[in-house]
Design a binder for this molecule. Sequence first.
Ligand SMILES: Cc1cc2nc3c(=O)[nH]c(=O)nc-3n(C[C@H](O)[C@H](O)[C@H](O)COP(=O)(O)OP(=O)(O)OC[C@H]3O[C@@H](n4cnc5c(N)ncnc54)[C@H](O)[C@@H]3O)c2cc1C
Length: 360
Amino acid sequence: MIYDIAILGAGPAGATLARLIHNGWRVIVIDQRNLGETAGFIKEKCCGGLLAPDAQKVLAEQGLGVPGEIMSGPQTFSVKSVDLDNGITRYYQRHYLNIDREKFDRWLVSLVPGAVEKRFGCIFKDFEDCGDHFDIHVHNGLNEGIIKARVLVGADGAGSRIRRKYFPWREGTEYISIQESYETNDVLPHYVSVFDKSTTDFYSWIIQKNNHLLLGSAIPGNEDAVAKFSSLRLRMRELGYISGDPVKRTGTFVIRPRSGKDIFTGSERIALAGEAAGFISPSSAEGISYALRSGAMLAECINKFGTGFSKHYKKRTGVLRVNLAGKNIKAMAMYGRLARKLIMKSGILSMNVNPRRLHE
Ligand SMILES: Cc1cc2nc3c(=O)[nH]c(=O)nc-3n(C[C@H](O)[C@H](O)[C@H](O)COP(=O)(O)OP(=O)(O)OC[C@H]3O[C@@H](n4cnc5c(N)ncnc54)[C@H](O)[C@@H]3O)c2cc1C
């Protein structure tokens, strides 16, 4: 049997596409993670798990509210920005939702209609273009198999195999993200963002997830990420942000699109959505809203234009390109040492926090 559409990846982009695509298509969605109701995970998604206002807005637009059991704790209302390059610290009010990312992905998948076939715990290896369809080579941990589909959608994130084959990332856009988890009995009353040129030209973060602190960083892919992360860890220990040994470490790629040249939505019978297409903020690495939006836009174009969706999808996502251009301008102010110094020194948009209550 030949499917009409094979969606590779059931993260926010793939799950949204699978949820919104019309019933008339024979659709299969494949993911290496076990995202079904009861199964455990083969591989956990490495993520800070903050649902930014943009993502909250898209969910609202899609008629969705996040169930309570997906929330993590504490819910905090500010970011402490620690600029180690300039020796300045400021607090900024922020409205993120602190969520459990695995539960969030599982919830989105649970909304995909039963008519869509789901193949979880299934690794996509490669594919061949056979003219009128693709042969997709998969492995379920025990056996190899071939799935046939007329249209291929890469919603497989920053490490996308389809993206790498057709439109590899440009130099300087691929970052390696490492995240470690530390046990804690305290409540950190804010998120922490760390600017430290000796670690990365992007940023590092500390986010509490119940009784664990996540220390993470996104480091340029051409640098020794492990060594850079080790010195960040040391620094954060010296400054008292973390203590003890990590109980868990995860790592993955994260993309930092520098211009419209880094966005690729696909060609005739192949489409890319979410981070695989390059849709992620270059200023904050917020990618969930872009994944939800591009997944929905692709569903809309396939539903309306059938297999002739490609040029319409490219046009439809123009609004995301414009948005990312704006984020690149923001990134220049945030990550230029002098510009950041001026902004943080001025105190503009910052808030006062009573330090005695923070045990500092
Ligand atoms: C450390 C880190 C922290 C982040 N923190 C945040 C945050 O707090 N808030 C935010 O909004 N964004 C954050 N992001 C970005 C965000 O996680 C991504 O941009 C977003 O998840 C992209 O969604 P997606 O659906 O495009 O891809 P993904 O969420 O990456 O989903 C891709 C799916 O494809 C599957 N897959 C990949 N390859 C294969 C294969 N070969 N075979 C089978 N399945 C495969 C994966 O298992 C996964 O389920 C963070 C990213 C990183 C790396």
